[in-house]
Write a protein of this length. Structure first.
Ligand code: APR
Length: 304
């Protein structure tokens, strides 16, 4: 049986890590596209030359030609500028919209049957634009934000409680920016509510709320925290791993329930907007949007 084909548009920081992760997990053959000549070819050669050590059997190709993405099962887009310290994701809109339009036209022409996962920021706007330009059905155009934001929230909870992050479950929904919504009431460690554990740890509801509020705020600003520390560029390991989780769910038909930026058509009372919501991800892309009761009490830090 032929291997799956994964194309990565944008061969910068995230693109390079994506290529390496695809190879290490043997998700399929990989094409890395960038407008910079030589760079994607060099990165793919670099990764391919350790195939023996890393024990993978997939083909890796760097390119500057969209024709090479033909037949892709999945396309992951990271083309576009990253943030610099002090910038919001929305500050990237003008320049990245032009790039996204070009990229979407390339995907539409050369990989019309692919599933597309978008990472470029500002995420919600970029996914909307890509869907409009390609005209692909919404289940095939998906934004990566919630997997990363949720993982960040889970990490902060695990560090606070001194438990393995593998046992923490917490979701962040909504937009990929200051308006993101960490879902506090459902945050749990193997089913035990995080808030209950914080109250036991600190012996007071007020202190537990203060600690949770700090974790929520850190989650919302987590991307900016990394941007500030790096000084030049934005997070790249974590967005790459998050997108690979989504790609793997599709390629291996895992039916994972992942928070993704999906086009809502009435779900949660929202029509025709891309929003971060829990989705069942499998061979059909977004196979289902998982709705649940959403009210102020679930979302807001002020009412625990
Ligand atoms: N087509 C394809 N690639 C392009 C185009 C284009 N029109 N314009 C720019 N690129 C490439 C650049 O050449 C660069 O290699 O996109 C790549 C972006 O890589 P980085 O600058 O290293 O940025 P990265 O950290 O990978 O982030 C990419 O993801 O998380 C978001 O905010 C982040 O929007 C940014 C994107």
């Amino acid at each position: 049986m032929a291997r799956a084909k994964i194309s990565l548009i944008g061969g910068g920081q995230i693109g390079g890590v994506l290529a390496q992760l695809c190879a290490l997990r043997e998700l399929g053959d990989v094409v890395l596209f960038d407008i910079v000549e030589g760079m994607p070819q060099g990165k793919m050669l670099d990764i391919a030359e350790v195939a023996r050590i890393d024990q993978f059997d997939v083909e890796l190709k760097g390119t500057n030609s969209y024709a090479d993405i033909a037949g892709s099962d999945i396309v992951i887009v990271t083309a576009g500028l990253p943030r610099k310290p002090g910038m919001s994701r929305d500050d990237l809109l003008g320049v990245n919209a032009k790039i996204m339009k070009q990229v979407s036209e390339g995907i539409k022409e050369f990989a019309p049957d692919s599933f597309v996962i978008i990472i470029s920021n500002p995420l919600d706007a970029m996914v909307t634009l890509c869907q409009k330009v390609t005209g692909f059905p919404p289940e095939r155009i998906i934004g990566q934000a919630g997997v990363l934001d949720s993982n960040r929230f889970c990490s902060f909870i695990a560090w606070e409680l001194g438990v393995s992050v593998r046992d923490v479950n917490a979701m962040v929904l909504g937009g990929h920016g200051d308006t993101m919504v960490p879902i506090i009431r459902y945050a749990n460690v193997n089913g035990i509510p995080v808030m209950e554990q914080l109250v036991r740890k600190y012996g007071s509801e007020a202190k537990a709320e203060e600690v949770m509020t700090a974790m929520v705020e850190r989650t919302k600003m987590a991307g900016g925290e990394v941007v500030k520390l790096l000084g030049n560029g934005s997070a790249f390991y974590s967005p790459a791993s998050s997108a690979i989780t989504m790609a793997e769910a599709i390629l291996r038909d895992q039916k994972r329930v992942l928070p993704c930026c999906a086009l809502l058509t009435g779900e949660f009372g929202v029509n025709n907007y891309y929003v971060g919501v829990p989705c069942v991800m499998g061979a059909g892309g977004i196979e289902k949007i998982v709705e649940f009761e959403l009210d102020d009490e679930i979302c807001q830090t002020s009412s625990f």
